[in-house]
Design a protein around this ligand. Sequence first.
Ligand code: ADP
Ligand code: MN
Ligand code: MN
Ligand code: MN
Length: 346
Amino acid sequence: MTKYKLEYIWLDGYTPVPNLRGKTQIKEFDSFPSLEQLPLWGFDGSSTKQAEGSSSDCVLKPVRVFPDAARTNGVLVLCEVMMPDGKTPHPSNTRATILDDEGAWFGFEQEYFFYKDGRPLGFPASGYPAPQGPYYTGVGYKNVGDIARQIVEEHLDLCLAAGINHEGINAEVAKGQWEFQIFGKGSKKAADEIWMARYLLLRLCEKYGVDIEFHCKPLGDTDWNGSGMHCNFSTKFMREIGGKAYFERLMAAFDAAREDHIAVYGPDNHMRLTGKHETASIHTFSYGVADRGASIRVPHSFVNNGYKGYLEDRRPNSQGDPYQIASQVLKTISSVPTDSDVSAAA
Ligand code: ADP
Ligand code: MN
Ligand code: MN
Ligand code: MN
């Protein structure tokens, strides 16, 4: 038997953005535990805005398990928060009730800033560094500094060791800003892994004395980019059948549901979706081929393949909840009739 360090990780009850929380329990197993072997556990919900002090117990229900390469015999246990009965999802549990479809694929591009001493890593103590331009995908000390890449590489290795489906990383447009991409099949898979990758990044940065700023516009109304979390999505129908008429109905449905999307695309998005810095205005819906100033960017490959493939919703921001983003995208898609639905109705 081996003693494993099980880190139970959950989202707390803070709004509009939950925090990640975690605590460790030690348990013995013959080998690396499977999800089914992991017991429910509890925590004091009155300390996380999830319960009143008089009745403070909340239940942690394991839903995903990942190896934790940072710890000897470490296990990362992603949990949903349940009511004391262990069966009813807690109101803060946005994962339990989302729409799911294993044929729906999601690729999230998580952008974020490293922060130190209250400013982006690499910014001088007062004023600004040289303007944006050389930092995106840049190389060299004056562009990326001496510590950011080390953190990014370590984070990548931790995520890959955990089995997180990272697809890539890059330095972003602002100094101190980076991105990673995670892809998954089904609404929950990529979203779970975004939360787990956020956790691993935050935890890793503790030892560097660096914070992660996930706010979508940390530098406010300046010529510095904000952070998004573009949501690339496709359903089986979009990949295999698609077509121009379906695409146009899909875009009309996204237009009609604009407010529902914005409501779950992350707080303070009006600060970011200004129409500048590769964003669309928050007040209108637009789409365009290869258009990085549109709400939805249509890849060239999509049009060239007969309106089949994936689309990129550029509006979700870096603080968005990927569970709710994926679910809203699916909800809008599922309201759109296919060509055969349309001709059957005619
Ligand atoms: P860019 O920065 O040009 O917008 P990235 O390469 O950072 O693009 O991200 C593209 C994303 O698209 C990746 O996360 C990838 O997983 C995702 N993606 C690719 N194909 C599909 C697909 N068929 N369905 C859903 N997402 C996809
Ligand atoms: Mn990208
Ligand atoms: Mn990007
Ligand atoms: Mn993108």
